[in-house]
Design a protein around this ligand. Structure first.
Ligand code: GDP
Ligand code: MG
Length: 440
């Protein structure tokens, strides 16, 4: 979500169950973020109600901040609302299977028809025929014919003077005669939602009896797309939605609204003008985009699996007091190793990447995490608590005990000082050390 949400979430520092006050504060920001992402108001309202219900009283997973917990709950609800993964075009019918594209003019129907034909031909090895039913714009049929020639996929020969439903009928006959698996019907749109377009689409549908009726909608049109989806579904009946221009939409709100309003699955997304820019729809990716908070969710999941809350809380407490001894450092090193090392953390949190230089300077490296733990393991309790007492003879003994040399012991001690400074500088103390790192 917005940076503001991040701010609010950072302030949620209580532990245990999420309080009503915390949740309400977070929900105000979630609401704003969703509206900014162009999710329709009704959808936002019911969404917030559902999340709120789940969040209040939810137990905060060990060693995760309440803010991160809220993000996870919001994310999971987004994914649930967006629908299941892997909703694809259904070709399970007697061939030729008719697939009809509907939508406003300029939404991407013709482009999507070509993209789909290409995918079905090249990837699925189907024999595909494309037909343009757009008799209103002189260039429309030619546009599809050109795309077909480029892709080496046949298009129905253009015959002047036929009505869209007649062309659909002719396309299916040609499909049957030619032994095609699939016939794609690219219909004509209008600039606005109008009755003529709806009745024409309904007529084509009753003539061609398509197995799929896909609404092609521009993800940038936001709110209008929702009304469009609702009308088409009521009037013509949809089996799925294709969202186009997702490449230009950083927000992803239209997907959520359309899905919530129609209940129809989003089956594909268009991510560019070229005919290979067609992708399956993955709810969790769009949810991540709407949330826009890096992959906090998987961080929470991994943290929940790997980190012992009490230890983290103890370390945080010690850091608050300005104490960060080698025992704490050992704990940190082990946690990092468990979470896929520094590179794993970097991949998950956009924030931590900013610390790259500090981390490099501190000499933290996945390969040597274990070695460093070994060095600390060969220290006495007193040495771990007060590294200052480590003079030459002690260092020699420790190095020998860990099977390393004194230089490596010195490196570790320097790194400990750097880490202690770094953590102090980040002013973390309220939350676990990990949250401190993630937040930087
Ligand atoms: P139609 O009127 O619904 O048939 O729309 P078209 O298929 O002719 O597309 C209209 C314009 O949108 C064309 O310039 C396409 O190249 C462009 N377009 C279609 N889909 C996408 C997409 O997913 N991403 C981007 N960036 N452009 C697209
Ligand atoms: Mg067109």
């Amino acid at each position: 979500l917005s940076e503001k949400l991040g701010g609010i979430l950072d302030r949620l520092t209580g532990r245990g169950a999420l309080s009503e006050k915390d949740v309400d504060a977070a929900m105000r920001e979630v609401r704003r973020a969703l509206l900014e992402a162009d999710v329709s108001l009704d959808v936002v309202r019911s969404f917030i109600d559902r999340v709120r219900e789940q969040a209040i009283g939810a137990t905060v997973v060990k060693s995760v901040t309440p803010g991160q917990m809220v993000v996870k709950i919001v994310h999971d609800e987004l994914v649930a609302t967006l629908g299941a993964d892997g909703q694809t075009i259904d070709l399970n019918a007697v061939p030729p299977v008719a697939i009809m594209m509907v939508g406003l003019q300029g939404s991407g129907k013709t482009t999507t028809t070509a993209k789909l034909a290409r995918r079905m031909t090249q990837r699925d090895k189907r024999k595909v025929l494309m037909a343009s039913l757009d008799i209103y714009r002189p260039a429309a049929m030619e546009q599809l014919a050109v795309l077909g020639r480029d892709l080496d996929i046949p298009t129905l020969p253009i015959v002047a003077g036929q009505k869209p439903a007649q062309i659909a009928k002719r396309a299916l006959e040609a499909g049957k005669l030619g032994g095609y698996d699939v016939v794609l019907l690219d219909t004509a749109g209008r600039t606005t939602l109008d009755e003529e377009m709806m009745s024409e689409a309904a007529e084509i549908k009753s003539t061609a009896n398509p197995h799929e009726v896909l609404l092609v909608a521009d993800s940038l049109t936001g709110q209008d797309a929702v009304n469009l989806a609702r009308s088409f579904d009521q009037r013509v009946g949809l089996t799925g939605i294709v969202l186009t221009r997702v490449d230009g939409d950083g927000r992803g709100g239209a997907a959520l609204s359309m899905r919530a309003v129609t209940g129809k699955p989003i089956k594909l997304i268009g991510t560019g003008e070229k005919t290979d820019a067609l992708e399956d729809f993955h709810p969790s990716r769009i949810a991540g985009r709407i949330l826009g908070m890096g992959d906090v969710v998987s961080l929470v999941e991994r943290a929940a699996a790997n980190i012992d809350a009490e230890k983290a809380a103890r370390t945080a407490e010690r850091m608050r007091k300005g104490q960060f001894d080698l025992n704490d450092m050992r704990e940190q090193l082990l946690q990092m190793a468990n979470m896929g090392g520094i590179s794993g953390l970097m991949g998950m949190m956009p924030g931590i990447a900013k610390m790259k230089n500090q981390i490099a300077a501190a000499g933290i490296d996945d390969k040597i995490l274990k070695r460093q733990v070994a060095i600390i393991d060969s220290m006495t309790r007193a040495e771990r608590k007060s590294p200052d007492i480590l003079k030459a003879s002690r260092k020699k003994r420790i190095a020998a005990g860990a099977g390393q040399n004194v230089e490596q012991v010195n490196k570790l001690l320097k790194m400990h000082r750097n880490m202690a400074d770094m953590m102090k500088a980040m002013g973390s103390g309220k939350r676990g050390p990990l949250a401190g790192i993630a937040q930087a």
